[in-house]
Design a protein around this ligand. Structure first.
Ligand code: SF4
Ligand code: SF4
Length: 207
């Protein structure tokens, strides 16, 4: 019983390593790692990743020792690699696309036009929906990646995704540390200091 979570964790990691790390959510899960965990737990099929397509299904089938199967058509179709392109003349600089991009592939600042760093774009399409002026479109790169190139691109995307998560966590922690204490927190701190003083007085008396 005790060893099961560790084994499942290891399997989820191995499954995750085969996924394209777009974090696109087209599989129905919040990102590649949650989908990998669902497969490892037997809650999801191996045919739910449109960006990974046939290559990923075959890799997952080989890892898990199960038959390959066609991509679930309800979740999308396999497409050639594409990158997002922003029509800079229409961009209003709202920064919503930057917030949506899981790999920090969009450069820009508030009220300034934004641009996609094509080499970092995974084609996840997560920036499309939040754009209030519909000025982002996907453009096919015109070249399918080899399996090795896909693996390298996935590893790179994962490192950028993790770096972004660390940066966001550090930013949140810094903001939390900098905010003024709430009234209940001030009260708790005052009570704790008073109790410390009372204990100190008791210790002094017993000497
Ligand atoms: S720029 Fe858009 S499509 Fe490209 S990785 Fe970022 S969110 Fe995804
Ligand atoms: S969401 Fe659209 S309008 Fe807003 S910064 Fe991005 S590209 Fe520009």
């Amino acid at each position: 019983m005790g060893a099961e979570p560790t084994l499942r964790e290891t399997l989820a990691e191995r499954i995750d390593a085969l996924l394209p790390q777009t974090q696109c959510g087209k599989c129905g899960y919040a990102g590649c790692r949650p989908y990998a965990e669902a497969i490892a737990a037997g809650r999801a099929g191996i045919n739910q990743c449109p960006p990974g397509g046939g290559d990923v299904i075959r890799d997952l089938a080989a890892l898990l020792g199960v038959p390959a199967q066609p991509l679930d058509p309800a979740l999308g179709v396999e497409q050639l690699p594409a990158v997002a392109v922003i029509d800079e003349a229409l961009c209003i600089g709202c920064t919503l696309c930057i917030e949506a991009c899981p790999v920090d592939a969009i450069a820009g600042a508030a009220k300034l036009m934004h641009t996609v760093i094509a080499a970092e774009c995974t084609g996840c399409e997560l920036c499309l929906a939040p754009c209030p002026v519909d000025c982002i479109r996907m453009v096919e790169t015109g070249r399918a990646l080899t399996r090795e190139e896909r693996r390298m691109a996935a590893a790179h995307a994962r490192s950028r995704f993790e770096a972004r998560n660390r940066r966001i966590a550090a930013h949140r922690a810094a903001r939390a540390a900098a905010r003024p204490l709430r009234a209940d927190e001030v009260k708790r701190a005052t009570v704790a200091r008073a109790m410390d003083r009372a204990r100190q007085r008791l210790r002094n008396r017993s000497r």
